[in-house]
Design a protein around this ligand. Structure first.
Ligand code: ATP
Ligand code: MG
Length: 438
């Protein structure tokens, strides 16, 4: 078994070994290499203490020195070098009270979450796999190192990490690990919103966003995303649909490319359906006004999970407009663009497409044809550089003042009136014509 370690990481390991220390690449990079995927980063674990690491390398950054982590800079690239450690008692299911350095690689591997993440490698010793990580990779299972209940009690985030890795890799979760996850799911309450956010996003942008269902089955979404549980319980008796709101949500996420904003949008797009469902006398469900409700839910959940404001606003808007409630005509699309903005629109088309794919096949062809038409019209508008905002009117506020208008409300109102005209008739967007209307 030989792993291709990048030259710079190799150099770090060699330098540590030359000074009499042990050093290995460890964790995610070993896992990914064995899976023939290219690792995002190469972490190094060593018997040298942080002080010793800093003495050996010229350029280092104290990234997490209290946990034993020093970043070693090779040219411009940074490698995290962490001293073998044992995590002390976990105070509150969140943070180890203290970390103790240890000379034993085995002790260091034991503290890691899953067998597939607890392997180390260097060219001298080859693969160090004490807990059967390679076998679990072969069998495609996520399994805790040691006793799952103890491991989840030490750090509840691991429960969500189990689902995240299973989604990223398309793996199942070993039975006892699942049992412990189910029993201890409630303890996710203690985990900070930021850490939950990180794992949730990784799950959503993975090749298997529908594994969120697993988090639901294990009772985890109930803790950090109860809005999704509600969706799983909301039926949709309507010819356009063949799934519950929750199942439709999972299908829709699968149907869109793995982009953070798009996957989040599809996660939230229909969550307002629970509150708006009305069954008519024929037994058909309707969800009038659900996009606005979904937007509200999206924003409050994203805020609760401490997402940044740009994400909150962007996803909120996409959720609000996700139905693309527009006729496929040029003036209607220009009007739409004036509301959504030109950047959001192509994303909306992607959102809508995924949404349709996740519905029943009822009128699928018509829906897709309509969407294609929207797309074509949108592209025509771009190509012709037609005006869809006050900013691109042929007349500015200053022009109006120069033409004798008093600064104030009237300016804005006039520009809005001009925009209305130009949205209907793009050829009227000339200075001459618009000023002639004054
Ligand atoms: P990714 O590709 O997402 O970075 P990764 O395996 O590198 O995957 P990280 O979160 O970067 O995951 O963590 C690096 C390593 O540290 C893991 O492989 C694992 O061995 C260990 N680890 C990380 N978080 C925990 C945790 N909460 N409990 C135990 N071990 C952990
Ligand atoms: Mg990593």
């Amino acid at each position: 078994m030989r792993i291709e370690v990048p030259e710079k990481a190799e150099k770090i390991i060699d330098a540590l070994q030359e000074q009499g220390y042990d050093a290995y690449v460890v964790g995610g990079c070993v896992r990914d290499s064995l899976l023939r995927r290219s690792p995002a980063d190469w972490d190094i674990t060593t018997s040298a203490t942080p002080e010793e690491v800093k003495r050996i390398f010229r350029r280092t950054v104290d990234t997490g020195i209290q946990h034993g982590t020093v970043t070693v800079l090779m040219d411009k690239e940074g490698f995290e070098v962490t001293t073998y450690r044992i995590d002390g008692e976990y105070e509150d299911g969140r943070h180890p009270k203290e970390v103790t350095f240890t000379p034993s690689l085995e002790e260091d591997l034991k503290r890691r979450d899953f067998t597939i993440n607890a392997m180390a490698y260097n060219h001298r010793k080859g693969l160090v796999d004490i807990f059967g990580g390679e076998e679990d990779l072969k069998n495609k299972v996520v399994r805790c190192v040691g006793n799952p209940r103890e491991r989840f009690t030490e750090d509840a985030l691991r429960i969500l990490r189990a689902v995240r890795f299973s989604a990223q890799l398309g793996f199942s979760i070993e039975e006892k690990t699942q049992d412990a996850a189910r029993d201890l799911g409630e303890t996710l309450k203690k985990i900070s919103a930021e850490r939950i956010q990180t794992e949730l996003v990784k799950l959503l942008v993975s090749p298997n966003p529908q594994y969120l269902r697993k988090a639901w089955e294990l009772g985890l979404t109930r803790i950090f995303l109860p809005e999704f549980d509600k969706a799983m319980e909301t039926p949709q008796k309507n010819p356009h649909h063949c799934y519950s709101v929750g199942e439709h949500t999972l299908k829709a996420m699968e149907a869109v490319r793995p982009d953070r904003t798009l996957r989040l949008t599809l996660l939230f797009h229909d969550l307002g359906k629970g509150e708006t469902r009305m069954r008519d006398e024929k037994g058909i469900d309707h969800f009038y006004g659900h996009p606005a409700k979904s937007e509200k839910i999206a924003k409050s959940v994203l805020k609760r999970l401490r997402f940044d404001n740009d994400t909150i606003n962007m996803v909120g808007k996409l959720v609000y407009w996700h139905e693309c409630p527009w006729e496929a005509s040029p003036s209607s699309v220009r009007r739409a663009l004036s509301k959504t903005g030109i950047e959001l629109f192509p994303l909306l088309l992607e959102v809508r497409k995924a949404d349709i794919i996740a519905q029943s096949s009822y009128r699928r062809t018509e829906k897709m044809e309509w969407l294609e038409k929207l797309q074509e019209i949108y592209q025509d508008i771009l190509r012709r550089q037609e005006c869809v905002s006050i900013r691109s009117l042929a007349v500015s506020g200053k022009d109006l003042i120069d033409a004798g208008m008093k600064p104030g409300r009237e300016i804005g109102e006039t520009l809005n009136r001009f925009l209305e005209i130009v949205l209907e008739n793009p050829e009227k967007n000339t200075k001459e014509y618009l000023l002639s209307l004054l």
